[in-house]
Design a protein around this ligand. Structure first.
Ligand SMILES: NC(=O)c1ccc[n+]([C@@H]2O[C@H](COP(=O)([O-])OP(=O)(O)OC[C@H]3O[C@@H](n4cnc5c(N)ncnc54)[C@H](OP(=O)(O)O)[C@@H]3O)[C@@H](O)[C@H]2O)c1
Length: 262
């Protein structure tokens, strides 16, 4: 059964202008799914939309919106009016390397707005529509950093812990109402994430691998850790007490920060 057969003719993808969201849009378009593409960079979204329409004969809608604004989720939901969205991929998000007190509070609050508030609001408004139509899927993005606190990424790790917990709750709540929910928790991925976060990913998974893993797991489990790097780190860290994982991952992210000593 194709994704369109399972979930419906249209998907909403946030974070579609880059990285994992864009890779997921490519996978869905190749499967014949029409797309509502969301991010701030309108020209990147239009370029992607044109490419996908030509390559896969699908329809697209572009929604250029800043998801850190409180009204953004409602604007995205309005932009989906009249199309039968069955799959919701909430990939927009960002991180920032640096110690909590030395980093601007505004950055932490913006991160919470995009990674937590917008994901919650979109899961709420679109989840209700999926339940109303009797079936659907929601894909959210946690991180292996979300399974414990991480010095140097304290706010980001906390946002991803929230997303993981939200996904686990919604997975159970919505299963009987026809909606599959999956949390995708990658390790390092080669995308625009590193540049925005001020980090260099020396060894990382391709976004295409993450997108394929996410869509494969949807409807088959609550969490997926796609990519070799993420799985190895998870296997190595899982048996350790939480405080040791915090210390080790603090060193790992410090080594990836662009301000780290060579
Ligand atoms: N890359 C990694 O190593 C990694 C690891 C674990 C989890 N993740 C998670 O995976 C998800 C996708 O990240 P990625 O690696 O694909 O990063 P990316 O390449 O930087 O893409 C992030 C996407 O989010 C959008 N975005 C960011 N801020 C936004 C805002 N205020 N309003 C609307 N859109 C916004 C960006 O679009 P615009 O800039 O055009 O707005 C872009 O399309 C994120 O939730 C991230 O936390 C990434």
């Amino acid at each position: 059964m194709t994704i369109a057969d399972r979930y419906g003719p249209w998907a909403l993808v946030t974070g579609a202008s880059d990285g994992i969201g864009q890779a997921t849009a490519h996978h869905l378009a190749a499967a014949g799914v029409h797309l509502v593409l969301v991010a701030r960079r309108e020209s990147a979204l239009h370029a992607l939309a044109g490419d996908l329409e030509r390559s896969h004969q699908i329809q697209t809608r572009v929604v250029a919106v800043d998801l850190s604004r409180p009204t953004a989720a409602a604007e995205v939901a309005d932009a989906c009016a009249g199309v039968d969205v069955g799959l919701v991929v909430l990939a927009a998000g960002f991180g920032a390397a640096g110690s909590f007190l030395e980093s601007p509070l505004a950055t932490a609050l913006e991160m919470i707005s995009v990674n937590v508030s917008a994901v919650t609001a979109l899961a709420h408004v679109m989840g209700a529509r999926l339940v109303a139509r009797g079936r659907g899927g929601i894909v959210v993005f946690g991180s292996i950093l979300g399974w414990q606190g991480v010095p140097g990424q304290a706010t980001y790790a906390a946002t991803k812990a929230y997303v993981q917990a939200l996904a686990e709750g919604l997975h159970s709540e919505l299963a009987d109402r026809g909606v599959d929910v999956v949390s995708v928790a990658p390790g390092p991925v080669h995308t625009g994430f590193g540049a925005r976060a001020g980090m260099t990913m020396r060894s990382a998974t391709a976004p295409d691998v993450v997108a394929a893993g996410a869509l494969r797991k949807l409807g088959r489990g609550v969490t997926v850790v796609p990519g070799v790097q993420g799985r190895l780190l998870t296997l190595a860290l899982a048996p350790l007490p939480r405080r040791f994982r915090t210390a080790i991952l603090g060193r790992v992210v410090a080594g990836m920060a662009d301000t780290a000593s060579p």
